[in-house]
Design a protein around this ligand. Sequence first.
Ligand SMILES: [Zn+2]
Length: 406
Amino acid sequence: MGRPHQIDAEWLVAAIDRLSEIGRDQNGGVTRLPFSLDDMKARDLVSEWMRESGLSVVRDPAGNDIGTLPGSEAVSAIAVGSHTDTVPNGGRYDGALGVLVGIAAVRALKQSGTVLRHPIEVINFVAEEATLPGGTVGSRAMTGALAEEYLSRTGWDDRLISKLLLDAGIDPVGLLHASRAESPPCCFVELHIEQGATLEQRGIQVGVVEGIVGIRRFEAEFPGSANHAGTTPMASRDDALRKAAPIIESVASIAVRLNTVGTVGTVRVVPNAPNVIPGHAILGIEFRALESALLDEATSLLDTACRAAGGHIKQVSNKAPVRSDPRMLLAFDRAVAECGVTSLHMPSGAGHDAMCMADICPQAMLFVPSKDGISHAFHEYSSPEQCITGANVLLQALIALDSTFI
Ligand SMILES: [Zn+2]
């Protein structure tokens, strides 16, 4: 038995297919809302595959399933994982792929008789999608970030989150007692579909994620005077929406200038009637970037533009960017070279469980291409070859990480 070079491609492709049958919609999409019957059924099947593959599996107090392969030394585990819940009528790959490639990598290690120094954990997190408030429930529970009030919020139907968990056979207070902040894994790796079109458009096989972007959201308010749309001459109007309008272009040009992304996603007009001059207009704006300094600059440019247009901005939320661990990126680069595949260092524009795990351990992510950049939809697709390539890079990454961390 030699060095494990390849995962069992047939097993991985069959597992993706089999898992997508649970919660399958008529149009080919998948609906596994967190803690629903189908979600729990899928979780049980994945845990069964973990056991078959030689992992010992525990369900932590929050419901996260953790399969462990022992290492040769008494050190903390290298953790790899993602989630198997989906959005309504979601795809087959978002989340599920990241869990299944972890199992495939462990199987390859076992089959070649390779024992790494570190134990390997494969984690199937609960409730990553934002079908529950804020999403990333399992990873937030694991980092100790959830407070008791979360249990009395409402989930994807009218049940409280505490009831949703109870109905799935999980003691709700477990969400508050699943923290591993005191004994974290030595690092966390998540492979995920890109959910954007960069890799596909550039014909690149694997994305090495440098970090998860920070998100800053604003409301820009513009005052005016509501008045009759027929009897008020153009020259004597104070139209709030006309003041706000140029800001839509300003946001786009600020984003282009800073080489990042910015969006005006909502427009609220008061009173919002076709025969009334807008008396008040509020734009919902966000910028995303990997550097806090860029977000600061975007904020100041937006502030200047809004003041000049007769309005003002209010910051409504601020999620800081999360940088990937540089040692892990080096290990990923080695893995990419070992596999002889093309790769690109890139940011993640979406949040993931890895972003939460960054609170307790070093983390980094790998991306595989998404066809047409589509996700959270039934036609989400990554080809078997793309998934297999990603899994092989992950396998080599685990081997590289084993010598990266003490
Ligand atoms: Zn996901």
